[in-house]
Design a protein around this ligand. Structure first.
Ligand code: GLA
Length: 378
């Protein structure tokens, strides 16, 4: 067969387009594997099986969750040198998580995140009393909050999300209404962990949900978070009394150790705050999901961005960690200031503070809260 020049060129063209398509497919495959979810038996609690779900995204980041307390047990991310490490506190097995005094590592918190003064609050003239569990106050939902119950877990289509469901019955821990709660954890292709909460009730109640994950972005290489640089978009915070109950004021952070409007090392002024940071910052934000805080750890290069729909954030510097927890991951000793939390929330004790945004949920309404922790390096 005689091939003229034009036809010959076309053949070359077709072959090279075919080659390009093949190599594009291959490089794509290497860069982005499909997300996957694996499961592992994690013991039993009150006769119910506990499972650990591990979500892996295309770049290899992993997030593990158990259906006891909806707890985040691992977040494995890459440092700037390419090494991988687990950036959250936790334990090797379920025994660790159920131990008395476990300070809510990785857990879902409800019905009311942080403190309700003396556990009391009033709805439509009726006074309710939430279970007291913290020096005369009600903390993080009471004696058996959402962190200590078994959630129903399911894997959602697409292998990037786990859905957790819990029905909190009328009167549980002193809260009215049967409350249906759903939490969806999603690990995205761009290394973001999204936590989406929804809830509905059949009686008017109060609700303030969050997650209590503790970060040390060195992945265990430093025993404290003093060199982590924190930035919070907040011009005000809610000061507290000696019982850590808000006084009701909104104070300016300017000129105080509470000023994180520009990145600042946690250790820089922590000595000037009794016990360390454990306060709610009033976020500079409108309604909707917005980026509101960052944490940078210079040795690993890890950079955490926090976005939320919530009006507040509890920045807690692990003040009550005292090295006494047992069964910790790799036997790590979690001493004071080992890790920090950025708990996105409505303000503590809002039901008793007329000046704070409302935490009331009525029948027919749907509660929504979304928080996204995104990991990168610099
Ligand atoms: C929250 C509170 C702290 C402490 C921890 C758990 O962050 O604000 O005071 O109770 O939870 O130890």
């Amino acid at each position: 067969m005689k091939i003229n020049l034009t036809n010959g060129l076309c053949l070359v063209c077709i072959l090279s387009i075919f080659n390009m398509a093949c190599s594009f497919n291959n490089s794509n495959k290497n860069a982005m594997a499909a997300p996957k979810i694996t499961t592992q038996n994690f013991g039993t609690f009150e006769g119910k099986p506990i499972t650990e779900y591990t979500l892996t995204n295309g770049s290899g980041m992993q997030v593990s969750i158990i259906n006891y307390g909806g707890i985040l047990t691992k977040i494995i991310t890459q440092a700037k040198d390419g090494s991988w490490g687990d950036v959250i506190t936790g334990y090797d097995s379920l025994e660790g998580y159920v131990q008395k005094g476990n300070p809510y590592f990785g857990a879902l918190i409800g019905r009311y995140a942080n403190r309700l003064a003396k556990g009391k609050y009033t709805i439509d003239g009726v006074t309710y009393k939430a279970a007291i569990n913290n020096h005369g106050q009600s903390l993080h939902g009471g004696l058996k909050g959402f962190d200590k119950v078994v959630w129903n877990a399911s894997i959602l289509p697409g292998d990037s999300s786990i859905q957790l469901d819990y029905l909190s019955i009328d009167g549980e821990e002193g809260y009215p209404g049967n409350l249906k709660v759903q939490v969806v954890y999603t690990l995205t292709a761009n290394n973001a962990l999204q936590i989406a909460y929804t809830a509905s009730t059949d009686k008017t109640t109060v609700l303030n949900l969050t997650n209590h994950v503790y970060f040390n972005l060195t992945a265990g290489k430093s025993p404290n978070i003093y060199d982590h640089l924190v930035q919070i978009n907040a011009n005000k915070y809610t000061p507290v009394d000696t019982s850590l109950i808000p006084t009701g004021e909104l104070l300016d952070v300017k000129g105080t150790p509470m000023d994180f409007t520009t990145p600042k090392k946690v250790g820089q002024e922590i000595d000037q705050v009794a016990g360390g940071y454990d306060h709610n910052w009033v976020l500079n934000k409108a309604e909707g999901l917005q980026e509101i805080a960052h944490v940078y750890e210079p040795t690993s290069g890890r950079y955490l961005t926090v976005a939320t729909t919530e009006p507040g954030i509890q920045f807690y510097s692990g003040n009550f960690l005292d090295g006494s927890l047992t069964g910790t991951k790799k036997g790590i000793i979690y001493n004071k200031h080992y890790a920090l939390t950025l708990e996105t929330q409505h303000f503590p004790d809002s039901p008793n503070q007329t000046g704070f945004p409302s935490t009331i949920l009525k029948p027919g309404e749907t509660y929504h809260q979304t928080t996204v922790y995104t990991f990168s390096t610099k």
